[in-house]
Ligand binder design. Structure first.
Ligand code: NAD
Ligand code: DAU
Length: 354
C-alpha cells in the first residue's frame, strides 16, 4: 500500500461544505490519504462525491461521532495526523424543532473527537492539527452597523448556534488545558452546488422550478453575508496548512444581502434561465410567520484571514448565483432524489402546518 505523507480525517464529508472540502483535498494532495467520516443523515449524500470513489487516496467511513469508543478505535486504526471537523446538525429551523440531536452531534460528538485526538496524540503533537469548522452564528446578531471580528463575544440565540458555540469553547478548552493543537474558523452563510434544499437558496430554486410558494420569514429584512462554498473550501485549505495553532479565523464574503433583495435577484435569474416572463417567480413570494429568535444581521470581518494568510473570495455574487442556479437546473435528478422521503415529512411540518 502507498505510504501517505498524512492521514487526514474529514468529518461530515458527505454534506454540503464537507463534500467540497473532501474533493479539494483528494484532488490537490494525492500524497495525503483522506478519510471521509459521515453518518449519512438526511443531509449526507454520497452522490455528492461520486467522482472520487475510485481515487487511491480516498476512503469513506460510515460512522456516528456520538459513538466515542468507535472514534477512539478509528484513531488507533488509521493513525490520523489531522482532523477537519465539519460533521454537525446544521439547520437552524430543525434545531428549534428538535434541539437534542444538535446537543448530541455538535457537542457530544465534538468532545468524542477531541478525546480521541487527545489520547492518540498525547506523546507527539508534531504535525498534528484539530481544525474545527464553525459558524458566524455563535456571535449572535448585529444591528444596522458593525462586523463580527475574532474578538466579538459569543452570544448565540438558537439551539444550533448555542451548540456550535459550546463546541468552539470545548475545542479551545482542550488546547488551553491539554495542549491539543487546534484552529477554529467561523464562516458566514455558504451557497453553491450540493446544498440540501432546506436552506434558503436551494429551497427557493427548487420551489421556483416547481411553481411552489417561496416562504419568506417575517418581512424578509434579515441580513446574511453570503460566500460561495468553493471559496470556503479554499479558505479551509489555507488555514489548515498555514493557520497559527490556537487561533481563530473569520471567513466571510463581504457580501451582505437583505433576504428579500437576494430573493428578488434569485427570482429574476430563475426567470431568465427558465425562459419565463420577467416577474413570474416573484409572484411566488409569500410572507410567513417569522423564525423564532431570528437573528437580524450577520456580517463578517475577514481582515485577519486576508492579511495573515492572503485569502480573498474569488467570485462576485452575481457569478456565484448564476453558477449555482445552473448547477441545480442541470442536476434536477439530484434535487428530486434528496427531496423525497424524509424531507417531505419535514417540509410538511415546517411550512404546510405553519
Ligand atoms: P450539512 O448539514 O450539509 O452536512 C453535515 C454533514 O454531517 C452531513 O453529511 C451529515 O450526514 C453529517 N453528520 C451529521 N451528524 C453526524 C454524526 N453524528 N456523525 C457523523 N456525521 C454526521 O452541513 P454544512 O452546511 O455542510 O455544514 C458543515 C459544517 O460547516 C457544520 O459544522 C456547520 O456548522 C458549518 N458551517 C456551515 C455554514 C453554512 O452556511 N452551511 C456556514 C458556516 C459554518
Ligand atoms: O451564518 C452561517 C449559517 O448559515 C450556518 O452556520 C448554518 O449552518 C446555515 O444553515 C446558515 O444559517 P441561516 O439560518 O442563516 O440559513 P438559512 O438558509 O436557513 O436561512 C437564511 C435566511 O433566510 C435566514 O434569515 C432565514 C431566512 N429563510 C430561510 C428559509 C429556510 C426564509 O426567509 N425562509 C426559509 O424558508
Amino acid at each position: 500500500m502507498k505510504d501517505f505523507k498524512k492521514h487526514i480525517l474529514i468529518t461530515g464529508g458527505a454534506g454540503f461544505i464537507g463534500s467540497h472540502v473532501v474533493r479539494l483535498f483528494v484532488n490537490k494532495y494525492p500524497d495525503y490519504c483522506i478519510y471521509n467520516l459521515d453518518k449519512l443523515t438526511y443531509a449526507g449524500n454520497l452522490a455528492n462525491l461520486k467522482d472520487l470513489e475510485d481515487k487511491p487516496n480516498y476512503r469513506f467511513i460510515k460512522a456516528d461521532i456520538v459513538d466515542g469508543e468507535h472514534m477512539l478505535n478509528l484513531f488507533a486504526e488509521h493513525k490520523f495526523d489531522g482532523v477537519i471537523h465539519l460533521a454537525a446538525e446544521s439547520h437552524v429551523d430543525r434545531s428549534i424543532a428538535n434541539p437534542m440531536e444538535f446537543i448530541m452531534t455538535n457537542i457530544v460528538g465534538t468532545v468524542n473527537l477531541l478525546n480521541a485526538a487527545k489520547f492518540h496524540w498525547q506523546n507527539d503533537h508534531s504535525g498534528k492539527l484539530f481544525f474545527h469548522i464553525s459558524t458566524d452564528e455563535v456571535y449572535g446578531s448585529l444591528g444596522e452597523e458593525g462586523f463580527f471580528t475574532e474578538e466579538t463575544s459569543y452570544d448565540p440565540h438558537s439551539p444550533y448556534s448555542a451548540s456550535k458555540a459550546s463546541s468552539d469553547h470545548l475545542v479551545r478548552a482542550y488546547h488551553d488545558t491539554f495542549g491539543l493543537p487546534m484552529v477554529i474558523s467561523n464562516c458566514s452563510n455558504n451557497y453553491g452546488p450540493n446544498q440540501f434544499p432546506e436552506k434558503l437558496i436551494p429551497l427557493f430554486i427548487n420551489n421556483i422550478r416547481n411553481n411552489k410558494p417561496l416562504p419568506v420569514y417575517g418581512k424578509g429584512e434579515n441580513v446574511r453575508d453570503w460566500l460561495y462554498v468553493v471559496d470556503h473550501a479554499n479558505a479551509i485549505d489555507i488555514i489548515y496548512h498555514k493557520g497559527r495553532i490556537g487561533e481563530t479565523y473569520n471567513i466571510g464574503g463581504n457580501n451582505e444581502w437583505k433576504n428579500i433583495d437576494l430573493i428578488r435577484v434569485l427570482c429574476s435569474v430563475m426567470d431568465e434561465k427558465l425562459k419565463r416572463p420577467a416577474g413570474t417567480s416573484e409572484k411566488l413570494i409569500t410572507f410567513v410567520k417569522d423564525r423564532a429568535g431570528h437573528d437580524l444581521r450577520y456580517a463578517i470581518d475577514s481582515g485577519k484571514l486576508q492579511r495573515e494568510l492572503d485569502w480573498t473570495p474569488s467570485l462576485q455574487f452575481e457569478q456565484g448565483v448564476s453558477l449555482t442556479v445552473d448547477w441545480y437546473l442541470n442536476n434536477q435528478d439530484w434535487l428530486d432524489e434528496v427531496t423525497s422521503g424524509e424531507y417531505l415529512k419535514y417540509y410538511e411540518e415546517q411550512y404546510v402546518k405553519r
